[in-house]
Design a protein around this ligand. Structure first.
Ligand code: KG4
Ligand code: ZN
Length: 330
């Protein structure tokens, strides 16, 4: 089965073609990051406009690189949500137009299912499986007892971990997006700044606002006292606390559900400290981390998720398919 997929939920315009839920024939990603950098974050209006400008070219390039013709495609998949509604609609309308013009069935796919299925590209899923989803908007633990069956065990009670990385980078004046910058700097620093130990009511839940505020307050107080903040040491201290919390909650979920496999998914899954920590900590389960290029938003992961969604549910949509800024993973 050949799937063509479209992803435009945030600030990447991407189209991919994949065969049989495994082989990526093409994955074209047009990133807008440089345009949003001046604003310190994604500006939704700019994002929608850039998707409109780029989507046709990205479509053509993905089909050309895959070496296929539109009539070879069995299914068109598109990210339905969650995400920025204006951005989602550009991808959805482009996907609908393409599917309608070529008489191909279309299906909407959940963005987080895509992040999770990025792991299926190089590894095969083993069930029961625990997935730690970590991105700019999500911090969740998901249990899967089989393909395309998602049970949410817990989630952040306030900020997402990626958001905390971005805000900490901002107060340190490091630029946007902050995650990769902190990741790099932390390697050169020491964990000499004390950080709070994060506590949550639920053993699979997360909380990042306290840690984020602690760093912001520490940095601002030090600046007022004219003390110098070492960004490397602050990055290392913050990252150590942030990753420790992810590992502690994941450990609870893995042990309680006798998981055979543990995977990480989403933009923060690119984090080197987190990747090292999961392999160092979880020895009794098969651990999978997505290839770097499939961690942040891309359409390849959406094509793999679409393949499994179709195989398990035979779900297709019609031309009434609409975007949803909030959407439950099911
Ligand atoms: O999955 P993604 O591309 O978009 C969302 O769906 O949110 O994730 C983006 C987030 C940003 O917060 C970014 O700072 C973070 O992932 N990120 C990282 C790293 N690379 C991206 N965070 C920590 N370490 C990284 N290496
Ligand atoms: Zn994402």
């Amino acid at each position: 089965m050949i799937v063509l997929s479209v992803e435009s939920s945030c600030d990447e315009t991407s189209v991919a073609v994949a065969r049989d839920g495994k082989e990526i024939l093409s994955n074209v990603v047009l990133s807008q990051i440089s345009l949003h950098q001046a604003f310190g974050g994604v500006v939704p209006e700019i994002a929608s406009r850039e998707h409109v400008k780029g989507v046709t070219v990205v479509f053509e390039q993905a089909i050309q690189e895959a070496g296929i013709k539109p009539q070879d495609i069995d299914l068109v998949a598109v990210t339905q949500g969650p995400g920025l509604i204006g951005s989602l609609l550009v991808g959805i309308n482009a996907a609908k137009a393409f599917a309608f013009a070529h008489g191909i069935p279309i299906t909407g796919v959940h963005h987080i299912a895509g992040h999770i299925y990025a792991n299926q590209i190089e590894d095969d899923m083993l069930f029961p499986l625990v997935a730690l989803v970590v991105s700019g908007g999500h911090t969740e633990l998901i249990l899967m007892r089989d393909h395309y069956r998602f049970e949410k065990l817990g989630e952040t009670q306030d900020d997402a971990v990626g958001e905390a990385y971005d805000k900490v980078a901002r107060v340190l004046g490091l630029g946007y997006p902050g995650g990769p910058i902190i990741d790099k700097l932390a390697v050169e620093g020491t964990t000499r700044y004390p950080m709070p130990h994060i506590k949550t009511a639920g053993k699979y839940d997360f909380s990042y606002s306290g840690l984020k505020s602690h760093v912001i307050n520490t940095v601002n107080t030090m600046k007022m006292k004219k003390e110098t903040v070492d960004p490397k040491d602050m990055a290392a201290s913050f990252q150590e606390a942030a990753v420790r919390h992810l590992i502690e909650q994941s450990k609870n979920a893995i042990e309680d559900h006798q998981a055979k496999m543990f995977i990480i998914a989403g933009g923060v899954a690119a984090n080197k400290a987190l990747r090292k920590a999961v392999f160092d900590t979880f020895k009794a389960v098969k651990v999978s981390v997505p290839p770097f290029k499939y961690c942040t938003d891309n359409a390849a992961m959406m094509a793999i998720a679409a393949h499994y969604q179709y195989q398990t549910k035979q779900r297709t949509d019609d031309m009434a398919l609409n975007g949803a800024s909030r959407l439950i993973l099911s």
